[in-house]
Design a protein around this ligand. Structure first.
Ligand code: ADP
Ligand code: MG
Length: 268
């Protein structure tokens, strides 16, 4: 049995993590067995793979103490195995704690003993909560990638996430630039990556095909396999697969970050 590769994708809420994760999973499913673990309380990572929302681990456990594998594990496009941790009801409890509970259940039902080539974790990263570090801290995922655009808040969150990764001595494989259409966006994100000692591992263009696929609860990979956008996700899957550049990031402090962002934008 080959060792399973665990990859965690972090980023600010709404930045495009789930879209990246589901399309990567679809790309990798062509030649290996993939498991996707949605660790965001939004619980929509696997929707475009399965074609619908699936019951979350936390919801299922609330209803049934003896949750079985069949209750929480769903098969999606390309036979990708899909689970969603879910979260607490809004306003009560800690979302990170939900991830811990979900991961223990997955261990109990033996998911990590399956012969998996790759596990992709979709992890929210703009909440200061210990639980969000679970995939990394518990060494489920040995590689991390951060999704960002060139927007201030997205980069700010990316910098914060790298602080967490550094603290946990995690291994940052690179930055994924999910473009929003900002001026000199790839250049800005590359400079950011460089500043924290990393590199841009892939660039995903903004495309309306993402929304069009989303309406049908499909990935771009499934709905528009011949499109340029699908090719972008395929290229990203190759770069990550063959990536050799792993670092403990060197995040900026708040002042450095401000200066970096201002300087870039002054320098037109
Ligand atoms: P996250 O998981 O980080 O919260 P999502 O993957 O759900 O973010 O993406 C947020 C929204 O942005 C979605 O509605 C999605 O359709 C859109 N989106 C993500 N990536 C792209 C892209 N490359 N082009 C156009 N829209 C995108
Ligand atoms: Mg998401």
């Amino acid at each position: 049995m080959n060792k399973t590769r665990g990859i965690a994708i972090y980023g600010k809420g709404g930045i495009g993590k789930s879209t990246v994760v589901s399309n990567l999973a679809a790309a990798y499913s062509q030649n290996q067995k993939v498991l996707v673990i949605g660790c965001d309380p939004k619980a929509d990572t696997t929707r475009t793979l399965v074609g619908k929302r699936i019951p979350t681990i936390l919801d299922t456990m609330r209803k049934n103490k003896n949750t079985s594998r069949e209750d929480v594990l769903y098969s999606g496009y390309g036979n990708v195995a899909c689970v969603e941790s879910g979260g607490p009801e809004p306003g009560v409890g800690c979302a990170g704690r939900g991830v811990i509970v979900a991961m223990s259940l997955l261990e109990k039902i033996g998911i990590f003993e399956d012969d998996l080539g790759l596990i992709l974790y979709d992890v929210l990263g703009d909440v200061v909560c210990g639980g969000f570090a679970v995939p990394l801290r518990e060494e489920y995922a040995e590689e991390v990638y951060i999704v960002t655009s060139g927007e201030y808040m997205a980069l700010y969150a990316a910098n914060n996430i790298s602080k967490g990764i550094k603290k946990l001595k995690g291994s940052l494989g690179g930055i994924i630039c999910n473009c929003r259409g900002i001026n000199r966006e790839v250049e800005l994100v590359s400079e950011f990556a460089d500043k924290i000692g990393s590199h841009v591992v892939g660039v995903i263009t903004r495309s309306e095909l993402v929304q069009k696929s989303e309406i049908d609860a499909k990935t771009v990979m499934e709905k528009y396999p011949e499109s340029e956008q699908a090719q972008k996700y395929r290229e990203l899957s190759f770069s990550i697969f063959h990536n050799q550049q792993f670092v403990i990031p060197q995040p900026m402090d708040v002042e450095e970050f401000e200066e970096f962002f201002q300087n870039f934008n002054d320098d037109k």
